[in-house]
Design a protein around this ligand. Sequence first.
Ligand code: EPU
Length: 409
Amino acid sequence: MHGEVTVSGSKNATLPIMAAALLTEEPCVIRRVPNLSDTRFMARILESLGAKTKFELGTLMVHARKIRGYADYELVRKMRGSICITGPLLGRLKQARVSLPGGCVIGARPINLHLKGFEALGAKIKIEGGYIDATAKPLAGTAMFLGGRAGSTVLGTANVMMAATLAEGVTVIESAACEPEVVDLAKFLTAMGAKISGAGSPTVTITGVEQLHGAEHEVIPDRIEAATFAIAAAATNGEVTLKGARADHSRAVLDKLKETGVSVQPRGGDLIIRRGKKLNSADVTTLPYPGFPTDVQAQMMSLLALAPGISIITERIFESRFMHVSELARLGADIQIEGPSAIVKGGQPLSGAPVMASDLRASAALVIAGLAAKGATQVNRIYHLDRGYEGMDAKLRNLGARIQRVKET
Ligand code: EPU
């Protein structure tokens, strides 16, 4: 693959930022919003709560003048990310009734830490009939520890941070998630009049204010999309310029790419990714930010399947996030799972085959492997891809990939 590709706005920054617009009765304008089924779906959820939304050319307007605090199972179950409406509803209305999100193929995704944070702020939580019932009169700031089994929680931190903006007094979140998406949310909340310091570090301090106002914000570029295209370039022996990619958000991935023999060069605000003569094997362990992201584990596995030698990929965030392994095997990859690790015996030739996508990032991994494989690969269930990649097929085609959508999903 050769050429230039512009990185879209970050899905995982956009979703909580959209939810944050529920915290004010004034209109908010969010720019560089990726046009994805997940962002369109989040807009539907906001509308179901009474907000008005308008999406045009990457700009989303949300006006939550009057809202209700009830989010139905039928909507919430379809997208786990929708759990991040709970914090804003609780903050603004002091009451929220939100369906528990339900299962997910990448592993158990509990929300105990979200609830622990709300309770620390003084909310009474009841789980009944599959719904979280949270009430507070009022919310009161406090110090809390939000670390869990696998470290920090991204949406848990976002949820508690949003509720705390309208709590009385000072909230300190220890073991807060440090992801750039949390920092972006804090930036938007600050533009709305919230008082937040420390976002991006494990200690975030929020001083409650009486109310928030409307604000404008531009979402950060999607570091996971950028990483996916960088890996696709490497896998296809290509040279691709990632326009607008933030190297400072992707150090762990770029470092690992260099270890595998891929050249990464910053130029202005862009990154040029070029595959070296040969690929090296490498060991990868996923960790909370700034560690290697779990959301790039599957794509990296496709690349390492092409690198001669043994690579060990250890998944520390979602331990059953290996659904792509058996599909990659259908293309000829030699990968074995041992506990939380996948042992990749790389360098076997891949050949095209029909495969089934199981989740968003697994789908991206299958597309990458399909691009590198000899012959044609048919990736089924690409609605997963459309949840999180804006026009991925068109972007890849522009870079010279032979890829087409054979049936609308
Ligand atoms: N966890 C708990 N208790 C909780 C919450 C989380 O034990 O209350 C555990 C999880 O089981 C997991 C770990 O903590 O082991 C981290 O989960 P986290 O809460 O950080 O995940 P999330 O906030 O639900 C977001 C992204 C995911 C991404 C993870 C990890 C959004 C909408 N989703 O989920 O993105 O994998 O952070 O970085 O921001 C994706 O985009 O494909 C995706 C799955």
